[in-house]
Design a protein around this ligand. Structure first.
Ligand SMILES: [Zn+2]
Length: 228
């Protein structure tokens, strides 16, 4: 069993002898390698069979923790140590996504770019536990971008909706009420428009309501921690 720095860890069982990373960029680009220990196939058991890492792990343990490839089974087994690898492996699998989730929080990438690595209409995966924190500085930052016309009102509305409902983000504690109330106002245009049908009639009417003055009032509310 390889113990060098370049060995790759199974996010299901913690076995650290994989030949390549189980996921290249994110959970959408699996290796289709089968773990010699637990037998999980990245890209099949998750995406085809719908197992979460935890569900598969629990099932594997319940079924007696049989090695998929017994020839790879080490002479001395230390499952406690092996399991301690799991969190790190899940983090590695998610590392690239987290980076993009952070970039989207600051609107340095667009929702279209983000949608190339995750399903933006779905929730964060069940194994995800590294919430990206959003503080008032981040909201102020994107409002300033809108004032400089770097991002549109529609960009902001989609951004607010994604922050609120995707479960990728967590509000920092001191503004955990104020931030969502500002986001709800920014997101409001989307409630009145049906994007699936491409009908933006009402939205067009709404667009332009986020004037620089209105953006400033949100910014001031956030800076002073008061309801606008
Ligand atoms: Zn495994």
């Amino acid at each position: 069993m390889s113990k060098d720095e370049n060995s790759y860890i199974c996010p299901v069982c913690g076995y650290d002898g994989l030949g390549e990373p189980p996921y290249n960029r994110d959970l959408s680009y699996p290796s289709y390698e089968i773990c010699s220990c637990c037998g999980f196939e990245y890209g099949f058991d998750d995406q085809d069979q719908d197992y979460s890492f935890k569900e598969y792990r629990d099932k594997w343990i319940k079924d007696g923790m049989k090695w998929f490839n017994p020839s790879k089974k080490p002479d001395t087994l230390d499952y406690k140590k092996q399991f301690s690898n799991i969190e790190k492996a899940i983090f590695m699998a998610n590392a690239n996504i987290i980076q993009m989730i952070k970039q989207y929080r600051d609107l340095t990438i667009s929702l279209e770019e983000l949608s190339k690595v995750i399903d933006v209409n779905s929730f964060a995966p069940p194994d995800y536990s590294y919430s990206v924190i959003i503080c008032k500085e981040h909201v102020i930052n994107v409002l300033e971008k809108n004032k400089r016309e770097e991002v549109s009102e529609l960009d902001l509305a989609r951004w607010a909706k994604f922050i609120m409902f995707s479960e990728w983000y967590d509000y920092c504690e001191e503004n955990s009420e104020l931030i969502p109330s500002v986001l709800a106002e920014l997101e409001a245009p989307l409630l009145w428009s049906n994007y699936a049908d491409g009908d933006c009639g009402e939205l067009k009417e709404f667009m332009g309501k986020l004037s620089p003055e209105k953006a400033d009032s949100y910014i001031n509310a956030l800076r002073n921690n008061t309801e606008s």
